[in-house]
Design a protein around this ligand. Structure first.
Ligand SMILES: [Zn+2]
Length: 114
C-alpha cells in the first residue's frame, strides 16, 4: 500500500501551497486520478482520513477525487479507444501495438481556501 506515502507527500505539498498563498485553512482539495493509475482511490481516502487531521491547515479540508478516463492509441490504425474496454488489443483493427495516451495521472487539481 504505497498510497499512505503518496498522501504524506500530498499533505506536505498542500502545507507548502497554503504557506505560499497565505491560507490559514484549506476548505477542499481535488485530486485527479487516472482510471488505470496504480494509485487506488479507496486507499487514498483511508490515508487522508488519518493524515489530514494532523495538519493544522487541513483539519477541516474535504477531499474530492476525480477519475480521468483512460485512453489508448493503436499504432497500426492510429485510432484511439477507451483502455478499459479494449485493454491492450485495439477494438478497431484487432492489433496489439497499442500505447496508453492518458489515464495514469495523479495530480493535485485544485485547492480551495477558506
Ligand atoms: Zn487498430
Amino acid at each position: 500500500m504505497h498510497e499512505f506515502g503518496i498522501v504524506v507527500h500530498v499533505v506536505d505539498t498542500l502545507e507548502k501551497l497554503a504557506t505560499e498563498n497565505d491560507l490559514t485553512e484549506i476548505a477542499s482539495v481535488t485530486l485527479e486520478i487516472g482510471e488505470v493509475s496504480s494509485v487506488l482511490p479507496d486507499y487514498i481516502v483511508d490515508a487522508w482520513k488519518y493524515l489530514h487531521k494532523k495538519s493544522a491547515v487541513l483539519t477541516d479540508a474535504e477531499l474530492k477525487i476525480e477519475r480521468l478516463p483512460a485512453v489508448s492509441i493503436c499504432l497500426d490504425c492510429k485510432k484511439t479507444y477507451p483502455t478499459l474496454e479494449g485493454k491492450k488489443q485495439c477494438p478497431h483493427c484487432g492489433g496489439f501495438m497499442t500505447e496508453l495516451v492518458s489515464g495514469d495521472e495523479f495530480n493535485i487539481k485544485e485547492i480551495e481556501g477558506c
